[in-house]
Design a protein around this ligand. Structure first.
Ligand code: C2E
Ligand code: MG
Ligand code: MG
Ligand code: MG
Length: 278
């Protein structure tokens, strides 16, 4: 088939491939250097209690400023960091930085709130993960109840191990949530086994909530299911007042999205507290 399409097509295809491969190699080498050279920063996005309109948490989202390639999206570099194992040092850095930042806000007398940190399954499954978390809390002085870990459904791959770790984290007093809920390939049975506190409805369901009756049915069902299981529920990717009104009527607990704020640098957070309202 390649021959049929002629030489030019074939060459075009290979040079394209080379570009992808060399960007990948560049990023991989860059990731290693980036840790040492302080190229990572964390932005924060508010999580709002829908009924009261107050900010009850912020999600820490990693940002990488590459010296040549500019700002690179975590959607691109996190998968690479997971494949190479670099997610372990990078993830630990984010965790410690988020805890430190939250303590700094508390020491500056901002209203206390939870900080939510995304944890890759590979990071969660490393031996000594519980110690990494407890050290981050101890070293920064942050109380465990102000730290939330966002896990994904892919941790069910090794669920016996995962459940044991989650119980230890719960005993420490942390808040645990399942991120991107409904997009994994796992069965629902883990919901009765995992000691979690909340579900985050994936933004792909929230996005067309008002236009697509099926998305609406899914969002409505996830909210009810979470509540029936005694869990809180937070909707990601809320962009409009109509979506927020719908979520309020359906008793969704919290919302997060551009409607309130994009992820912002830490200095901008104090301006957002109190100013957002449902
Ligand atoms: P996530 O954890 O589901 O984070 C939510 C993503 O949705 C963020 O993208 C956020 O900027 C974006 N978002 C928030 N509100 C809206 C909205 O209203 N509309 C739209 N269209 N998007 C919205 P971001 O920051 O690019 O991060 C992408 C993903 O990268 C995250 O998805 C998370 O899975 C991963 N990630 C980010 N930081 C970390 C980290 O420190 N560790 C790990 N393991 N993964 C991370
Ligand atoms: Mg998340
Ligand atoms: Mg996530
Ligand atoms: Mg998500």
């Amino acid at each position: 088939r390649v021959k049929e399409q002629g030489k030019n097509n074939y060459q075009f295809y290979t040079s394209d491939m080379n570009e992808v491969v060399s960007r990948r190699m560049n990023l991989e080498i860059g990731l290693r250097k980036g840790i040492i050279k302080n190229e990572f920063t964390v932005h924060y996005q508010p999580q709002v209690d829908i009924l009261s309109g107050t900010v009850v948490g912020v999600e820490a989202l990693l940002r990488w400023q590459h010296p040549q390639l500019g700002l690179i999206s975590p959607a691109e570099f996190i998968p690479l960091a997971e494949e190479t194992g670099l997610i372990i040092p990078i993830g630990e850095w984010v965790l410690r930085e988020a805890c430190r930042q939250n303590k700094e806000w508390q020491d500056a007398n901002l209203p206390p709130m939870r900080i939510a940190v995304n944890i890759s399954t590979r990071q969660f499954q490393q031996s000594g993960f519980v110690e990494v978390v407890s050290r981050a809390l101890k070293d920064t002085g942050l109380e465990p109840k102000y730290l939330e870990l966002e896990l994904t459904e892919s941790i069910v791959q090794n669920s016996v191990h995962a459940i044991a770790i989650m119980h230890k984290l719960k005993e420490m007093g942390l808040f645990l949530s399942i991120d991107d809920f409904g997009t994994g390939y796992s069965s629902l049975s883990y919901l009765k086994l995992f000691p979690i506190d909340s579900l985050k409805i994936d933004q792909s369901f929230t996005r067309n909530l008002m236009e697509d009756a099926k998305d609406e049915a899914l969002v409505h069902t996830i909210i009810n299911m979470a509540h029936n299981l005694g869990l809180k529920v937070i909707a990601e990717g809320v962009e409009t007042g109509e979506q927020l009104q719908y979520l309020l009527q359906r008793h969704c607990n919290e919302a997060q999205g551009y409607y309130f704020s994009k992820p912002v640098p830490p200095d901008n957070i104090s301006n957002l507290l109190g100013s957002v309202s449902a």
